[in-house]
Design a protein around this ligand. Structure first.
Ligand SMILES: Cc1cc2nc3c(=O)[nH]c(=O)nc-3n(C[C@H](O)[C@H](O)[C@H](O)COP(=O)(O)OP(=O)(O)OC[C@H]3O[C@@H](n4cnc5c(N)ncnc54)[C@H](O)[C@@H]3O)c2cc1C
Length: 551
């Protein structure tokens, strides 16, 4: 395996000491294996962590439409198999085949979870190895196991690629208009009507959606966990991820559900500079990845895309999913944050993803690198986006409705924006028209000097967000739709159920007992990553009190 720095390669294939090997294998069941035997293979919903005593096992990328089977790596005595999908629950996509007879130790999923909880030293080694192996697999042949083919400026293709990126799925992207894209379309007997398509070794998903892909890969909610969970967290932005990390690490059986993928609004940020402990900043995507791994390590189960459409509290508390599945839970945490605002312009919805974007990460920037783009909004998100796009070679116009840029943005960003030769800031300016056939081509801006039309390949919209509470009923909201909690609740918002309970709402508890709200969705919240994380973590204490389990 190559294509990655030597330190990551080392982390991917650690040398265990004798004592570590003995501890690791003690969690498993010994088994004799023979050359040619397949220990696990594509499509298996789950697999065991396998520790090798004295056999040799190779990891093989199955044949795809455009390439034959390929051996990726061999593991010998003292090594262990497995990668990140042992934690994420993604179905097996590689083959583990025995090359030389010998003995191995199989650690079943529930024993694996115990190991991760009980042995911090081994847990750190395994976690590091799984992450490094996923990085390596993303850079080598394993990416061929999932090929996404579509059109670069097609919103449905962007949604699929965004999902694959957010869930860190090893995959290859093919633009259908490229030579490689054409030949793959032919090899898979697909037409342009089938796009976007997700090609797996044994099947092709035509007009694929993130939901279908997730279902096929085993990343949606699996009702096989049986019975009630302790906590269902709705929304995997910073607040929900923090709640899942703290709840799972304190022993609560926790599920984390998100309608899109982990990261929330933070995943749309190319660089967060005000999060404690990261003096040179961290991309929202990386912060979310780290938090996701941490939550999974402690045993939380993440399902995406998995939209919650209602809370049913007729008899017991249930999170209701969009396919009608109900997840019984002892407590529920609303961490659904906010959804981006749009402009009331003709053709806006058609061009979202085809030149209009609500995020400025590598993925969006690649579609318009070097071209003229416009960022609308006067907050920190807009400032970060403008700097990032300028660093990608774009000529950036920042259009702000207010006359002065200083009133809504941190001074450090204002200074950098004004100093950049690639950025033009226009105060008192609004977008009045958008033009383009299939993709955005130009926009009209109206400002103090009148109305002008200018070329624009990317319109990045950072004009704030509205609370994602349209799905909630029966929970007290403020006049703008944000969820009220604890001391914010008026006496007339608390029904008889509270008198029967004999207590008032706990910190972060809503008007419905056992239902909590944290982060941007909560009335009066600070609308920052650190604040959302703090709320998610703190609310877990109230969950313990409400369900009578003490950490
Ligand atoms: C571009 C940008 C840059 C930013 N930069 C910074 C910064 O530098 N520093 C800073 O402190 N803050 C920054 N912010 C603000 C920060 O990202 C938010 O305050 C923070 O993400 C809020 O976290 P949250 O978990 O409450 O909600 P969100 O991040 O909004 O996450 C909510 C999640 O809930 C999911 N969801 C919604 N409805 C449902 C449903 N019905 N079912 C299932 N899932 C659902 C969504 O898909 C989403 O993933 C930025 C925001 C943006 C947009």
């Amino acid at each position: 395996m190559t294509g990655i720095e030597p330190e990551r390669e080392e982390a991917a294939f650690p040398q265990l000491t004798k004592a570590q090997f003995a501890r690791l294998s003690s969690f498993g069941t010994p088994e004799t294996v023979e050359a040619g035997e397949v220990l696990y293979g594509p499509g298996d919903p789950t697999y065991d962590l396998i520790v090798i005593e004295d056999a040799t096992v190779e990891i093989v990328q199955p044949a795809t439409r455009d390439a034959p089977e390929e051996s990726l790596v061999q593991f010998g005595p003292g090594a262990f198999l497995g990668e990140l999908n042992l934690l994420t629950g993604q179905a097996v996509y590689l083959i583990a085949r025995v090359v030389e007879d010998g003995r191995v130790h199989r650690i079943a999923p529930e024993r694996f979870r115990r190991l991760m909880a009980e042995d911090p030293e081994l847990s750190d080694i395994l976690l590091e190895a799984f992450q490094a192996r996923r990085e390596i697999l993303t850079h080598n042949g394993a990416s061929r196991g999932l090929e996404i083919i579509g059109s670069a400026m097609d919103p449905a293709s962007l949604a699929l690629r965004t999902y694959a990126a957010r869930r860190r799925l090893p995959h290859l992207w093919f633009d259908a208009d490229s030579v490689a894209g054409h030949s793959l379309l032919k090899a898979a007997s697909l037409t342009s009507d089938d796009l976007p398509a997700a090609l797996l070794p044994d099947q092709a998903l035509k007009r694929a959606t993130p939901g279908e892909l997730a279902e096929t890969l085993g990343l949606t909610y699996r009702g096989d966990s049986g019975g009630s969970v302790d906590l269902a967290v709705v929304g995997a932005g910073p607040a929900g991820l923090a709640a899942a990390v703290y709840a799972a690490s304190e022993g609560l059986n926790t599920v984390l559900l998100d309608g899109v993928g982990p990261g929330g609004q933070a995943a749309a940020s190319s660089r967060i500079e005000n999060y404690l402990g990261f003096p040179s900043g961290i991309s929202g995507g990386e912060l979310a990845e780290r938090a996701e791994t941490q939550a999974l390590k402690f045993g939380a189960r993440l399902s995406t895309p998995c939209e919650v459409v209602a809370i049913n509290c007729d008899e017991h508390l249930n999170a209701v999913l969009d396919d009608g599945t109900e997840i019984p839970t002892r407590a529920l945490m609303i961490a659904t944050g906010a959804r981006y605002r749009s402009l009331p312009l003709e053709r806006w919805d058609e061009l979202v993803g085809a030149g209009i974007f609500y995020a400025a990460t590598e993925l969006e920037a690649r579609t318009c690198a070097g071209d003229p783009v416009t960022v609308i909004g006067g907050g920190n998100g807009a400032g970060q986006a403008a700097l990032f796009l300028a660093s990608c070679g774009c000529d950036v116009t920042v259009a702000i409705r207010r006359p002065e840029i200083e009133s809504g943005m941190s001074q450090y960003l204002v200074d950098r924006l004004l100093a950049s030769p690639k950025i033009t800031v226009l105060g008192g300016t609004e977008v009045t028209r958008i033009e383009g056939e299939d993709v955005l081509e130009s926009i009209s801006l109206a400002g103090p000097a009148g109305e002008t039309e200018q070329a624009c390949r990317g319109l990045f919209c950072f004009i704030g967000a509205e609370p994602a509470t349209g799905w909630l009923s029966g929970v007290a909201l403020d006049e703008d739709g944000f969820v009220r909690t604890d001391v914010q609740l008026a006496t007339d918002e608390l029904g008889e159920i509270w008198s029967a309970l004999g207590r008032g709402p706990l910190p972060f508890e809503t008007s419905v007992p056992g239902v909590f709200a944290v982060g941007d969705v909560r009335h009066g919240s600070m609308k920052r990553v650190a604040a959302a994380v703090g709320e998610g973590a703190s609310a877990v204490r109230s969950v313990h009190t409400a369900i009578g389990v003490h950490a």
